[in-house]
Design a protein around this ligand. Structure first.
Ligand code: NDP
Length: 265
């Protein structure tokens, strides 16, 4: 049976095995997908061992996504620009790296009927997750994407890297008079029970998305809802969406996201 893994540290919390086994069942593919904890200094050796044992592919999660990029023989454009890899394929002795996070987000937004074409997007955060979604969002032809980050210099350096006229960087405090259709929280603030310090007027009549997910609405989504957001969405759909795109890359079939998302909820 073809072997797949998700490698990370920590890894216990990962829902990827459940998601991929459900995809396999749904599409009648025979695969074995498990999670594996990797010591911080053992990433490369672990991948090497897995390849030697006949492994076909792997998902890579925190904190190894950037390191995964360095071991690839070939990269997709979206992985190169994201500066991180979450999907490895082992083909004919070569390691191919891709990043499906952005596709997962875009697909989830579209599944939620959020129009992206000509839309004004506010992207909060300038870490790995924000970086990974910029190219797939641009591919949907939005009117503009403003990147705002607590540390402004990080947002500015992202703009330089992508060099696209639709992108601009602003400090949280400089957003006040701007108007957006969609606000995406790509910060990890919700994990610590906080929200990025932006004006509440920014979420009135907007769609709001938080990449973080949990059993209840995240602090950011609760706040957005209380302040007049049209619709709030968490990142569980993005998680299932990125997994679906990895599965497609490996197995060349498109699994259906909705039934698994429903099951996880
Ligand atoms: P990074 O550590 O690379 O970046 C964290 C970002 O959050 C930085 O921009 C940081 O700002 C900002 N930040 C952290 N705390 C606060 C705060 N209290 N107020 C304002 N900004 C804050 O993390 P990632 O980019 O990799 O991940 C971000 C989030 O996205 C994580 O919570 C992760 O779980 C989630 N994620 C979800 C996915 C999904 O499938 N649903 C996929 C990938 C990520 P600064 O630069 O100023 O420090």
């Amino acid at each position: 049976m073809d072997q797949y893994r998700v490698f990370g540290n920590p890894i216990k919390q990962s829902r990827s095995p459940l998601i991929h086994q459900s995809f396999a069942h749904q599409t009648q593919q025979k695969i074995n997908y498990q999670s594996e904890y990797v010591e911080l200094d053992q990433f490369e050796a672990t991948i090497e061992d897995f390849v030697k044992s006949g492994g076909k592919g792997a998902n890579i999660t925190v904190p190894f996504k950037e390191q995964a990029l360095t071991i690839c023989d070939q990269l997709t454009e979206r992985a190169r620009l994201a500066g991180a890899v979450n999907t490895l394929s082992f083909v004919d002795g070569k390691i191919l790296g891709d990043n499906t996070d952005g596709q997962g987000l875009v697909q989830d937004l579209l599944n939620n009927n959020v129009p992206l074409k000509n839309c004004r997007i506010l992207l909060l955060g300038a870490g790995g997750a924000a970086k990974g979604v910029i190219l797939p969002l641009l591919a949907q032809l939005p009117e503009s994407i403003v990147i705002a980050n607590r540390t402004l210099t990080k947002a500015e350096s992202l703009i330089k890297q992508f060099n696209n006229e639709k992108l601009s960087a602003l400090a949280f405090t400089a957003l006040k008079n701007e108007k957006f259709d969609l606000v995406i929280n790509a910060t990890s603030a919700s994990l610590s029970g906080t929200i990025p310090s932006i004006a509440k007027e920014l979420v009135v009549n907007t769609h709001c998305y938080d990449m973080v997910y949990g059993n209840e609405l995240t602090p950011f989504l609760l706040w957005a809802k209380d302040n007049g957001a049209t619709k709030v969405m968490d990142g569980l759909g993005m998680l299932v969406g990125q997994a679906a795109e990895s599965f497609r890359i490996w197995r060349n079939v498109h699994p259906e996201v909705a039934p698994i998302l429903q099951r996880l909820r």
